[in-house]
Design a protein around this ligand. Structure first.
Ligand SMILES: C[S@@+](CC[C@H](N)C(=O)[O-])C[C@H]1O[C@@H](n2cnc3c(N)ncnc32)[C@H](O)[C@@H]1O
Length: 405
């Protein structure tokens, strides 16, 4: 007789904690997966797994609140409901109708569907979303005779539909307004950086306030504000009062308030100067206003100055972060503008580190990049590159510090 072999279930090796875990997906920008995965691990997420433009992780409901409050490089956090394969909109409808929708909403809730479709089978994303809506509505009609309504502007429950070829992912969105909507930025300039992008770039530099920080073309001040929030350990969602999970059936307000309070307690100090410059007075005023809105005016100073003319010699050495202008409205051709920046850095900023975000088509600024992260600013492929300005000859520096020629 064949021996009976004990076959443990997939969950057998999990601890009790992991068995009560919920699965989540945090979305981010291309190139930021590792930055977000690191943030998630530091916050205490389990089973952190970076994928294209997103990171999967698990945790309990309290962790979901913590993640929405504290993640700097995430755009939104989804809770997956169902993943299946469908080769037609009818299959999508059938599978979606089998979901226990009453776990997520009631007939009194309103809902909306956000979709991202990248598929030859589902060439009309709008139609796929419509079939998902039909499935949800028919589920309720058949079970209760009534149906919840769609509200495109201000729905209670936000459903996310993502299709990649024949893979269908249906989730509920726990964030609502994307997490880059921090709430401190009322007035912006011509090309402000997205707050999540700025925060991810700053996390990548590793700056936490140990040396001075300067943005010589600061615009509305986003890089400096996000950097200062990092250094002070202030959660980026401090200024937000609304998250989509607050309308979920399982929303635990007491737990949320407790987590929010404990998160706000952990505030560090910042002793190093944080300074921004812009050549346009209008931008200087906008940046100052945003800094005031974020409650950071005691930490960040903004002045009017032209990077190519101002005497910066009174400043402490530290790191510089740049988001120079690019696009159609440039006074000089882009390549020339960036090589002027390179020249100015070489001649006047020895001892500084500079991080510059520039379009990938700007191949060189005349300095050798020490590190490079490929990402996007809007739809422009960009590099976030680190340049080190040596005092004296680069060769001597390399020999002295690295012991190589
Ligand atoms: C792309 S914007 C920066 C946007 C900023 N990161 C934000 O989030 O708002 C570039 C800024 O560089 C400034 N600028 C351009 N040339 C400059 C110069 N020579 N010196 C100082 N600022 C300059 C512009 O006025 C503009 O505000």
């Amino acid at each position: 007789m064949a021996k009976r072999v004990f076959m443990p279930s997939k969950d057998f090796f999990k601890t009790e904690e992991e068995n009560t875990d919920l699965q989540f997906i945090a979305k981010t920008f291309a190139g930021f997966e590792e930055i977000l995965a690191k943030e998630l691990k530091q916050l205490g997420a389990r089973n952190v797994e970076p994928k294209g433009r997103s990171v999967r992780f698990s945790g309990d409901l309290g962790f979901l609140y913590k993640a929405n409050l504290g993640l700097r490089s995430a755009l939104r956090i989804l809770q997956p409901i169902k993943h299946f394969i469908a080769d037609s909109t009818d299959m999508l409808y059938d599978e979606a109708k089998r979901i226990q929708w009453s776990d997520y909403l009631s007939i009194h809730d309103t809902f909306s569907i956000n979709f991202t479709v990248n598929s030859e089978i589902f060439s009309h994303g709008q139609f796929a979303a419509l079939r998902l809506k039909d499935a949800l509505v028919d589920y309720f009609k058949e079970n209760t005779g009534k149906r919840p309504s769609v509200d495109k502007e201000d729905a209670d429950i936000l459903i996310d539909l993502m299709i990649a070829e024949n893979q269908v992912f249906i989730s509920v969105d726990s964030s609502g307004d994307p997490l880059y909507k921090r709430g401190y930025r009322k007035d912006v300039g011509v090309a402000p950086l997205n707050e999540t992008l700025a925060a991810g770039l700053m996390l990548h530099t590793g700056w936490k306030g140990e040396v001075a920080l300067m943005d010589p073309m600061c615009g509305s001040g986003t890089l400096l504000i996000e950097a200062t929030l990092i250094a002070l350990d202030i959660p980026p969602a401090t200024f937000r009062s609304d998250f989509a999970f607050m309308k979920w059936k399982n929303y635990d307000e007491e737990l949320f308030l407790k987590i929010r309070e404990s998160r706000l307690d952990r505030i560090r100090d910042l002793r190093m100067p944080v300074i921004g410059f812009d050549k346009r007075m209008g931008m200087v005023e906008k940046a100052r206003e945003n800094i005031r809105n974020a409650g950071l005016d005691e930490f960040i100073r903004i002045e009017q100055a032209d990077f190519f003319e101002h005497d910066f010699s009174e400043l402490k050495k530290g790191i510089m972060v740049f988001n120079p202008p690019y696009g159609k409205k440039m006074e000089l051709p882009e390549i020339e503008f960036f090589s002027h920046i390179g020249d100015r850095l070489k001649q006047h900023f020895s001892g500084w580190d500079a991080w510059i975000i520039s379009p990938q088509e700007v191949k060189s600024i005349g300095l050798k990049a020490e590190k490079r992260l490929a990402t996007f600013n809007g739809d422009i492929p960009c590099n976030w590159a680190k340049y080190r300005m040596f005092s004296g000859e680069r060769k001597a520096f390399v020999q002295e510090n690295l012991g190589v020629e």
